[in-house]
Design a protein around this ligand. Structure first.
Ligand code: SAM
Length: 227
């Protein structure tokens, strides 16, 4: 049976693509400050659902309004801004390997006077150590990473190495919330679950039935770090 966790490569898996993408979003914002860029998976209401999920789970594991969080592949930082606007006020860090993304998100944060930090880094860089967080977020980033077809120095695909990155960043009992359109729930669990990172909960989306198989266009899963 075909291993569906291995996707074909695409330009969406390249840093050049995202640099161009966010340079354009930055330019649009300079012309129109209302235009803070594309909200990934907006059609599915994913961002609002991720915020709602976290609000509804305050007090469980390490989720609190004060919890520290890092958003991997933050893009225009929209998810962190949305969380801030909904009462989350812990340390917030957005990471992206595109310097254009970081410049753009920083610019938006400054204009809105939002206390959110952005920093440029490749999350697979072994020398990148930004500390540990209560919450790690991913909206569409593993999807983009899967399209890169890249491998780490030890020959493992970036997708296979991703859970190690997440584990490194999470405090014990910390939560990792990921939304993907490229992987199904069971594929995400297969890729990401380890002895220390356990699937915990999920967000439900409207589902469709095709060829006798039930599915949804998008999925979000929460994992908890255990030691
Ligand atoms: C599909 S976009 C999603 C952006 C954002 N999370 C959102 O929801 O709008 C994927 C993002 O991941 C970033 N990215 C991809 N590979 C990365 C890596 N190895 N390290 C850091 N960022 C990466 C890209 O630059 C891009 O901003």
């Amino acid at each position: 049976m075909e291993d569906t966790t291995k996707l074909n490569t695409s330009k969406l898996g390249t840093k050049e693509y995202w640099d161009e993408f966010y340079a354009l979003e930055k330019k649009n914002f300079e012309h129109n400050p209302q235009d803070t860029g594309e909200c990934w998976f907006e059609d599915n209401g994913a961002e609002a659902k991720m915020v709602q999920f976290l609000e509804e789970h305050v007090g469980i594991h390490r989720i609190s309004l004060e919890c520290s969080m890092v958003d991997l592949g933050t893009g225009n930082g929209h998810l962190l801004f949305e969380l801030l606007e909904n009462g989350f006020h812990g340390d917030m860090l957005g990471i992206d390997y595109s310097s254009q993304s970081v410049e753009f998100a920083t610019k938006v944060a400054q204009e809105k006077d939002y206390n959110v930090q952005f920093s440029a880094a490749d999350i697979f860089d072994a020398n990148w150590n930004p500390g540990k967080y209560d919450l790690v977020l991913d909206k569409g980033t593993l999807d983009a990473i899967a399209l890169s077809g890249l491998k780490t120095d030890n020959g493992r695909s970036l997708v296979e190495s991703y859970s190690k990155v997440v584990e490194k960043l999470l405090l014990e009992d910390g939560v990792f919330l990921i939304t993907s359109c490229n992987f199904t729930e069971s594929e995400l669990i297969k890729i990401l679950q380890t002895d220390n990172l356990k699937s915990w909960d999920r967000i439900t989306y409207p589902s469709f039935s095709f060829g006798g198989v039930q599915g949804s266009a998008i999925c979000s899963i929460a994992f908890v770090k255990q030691n």
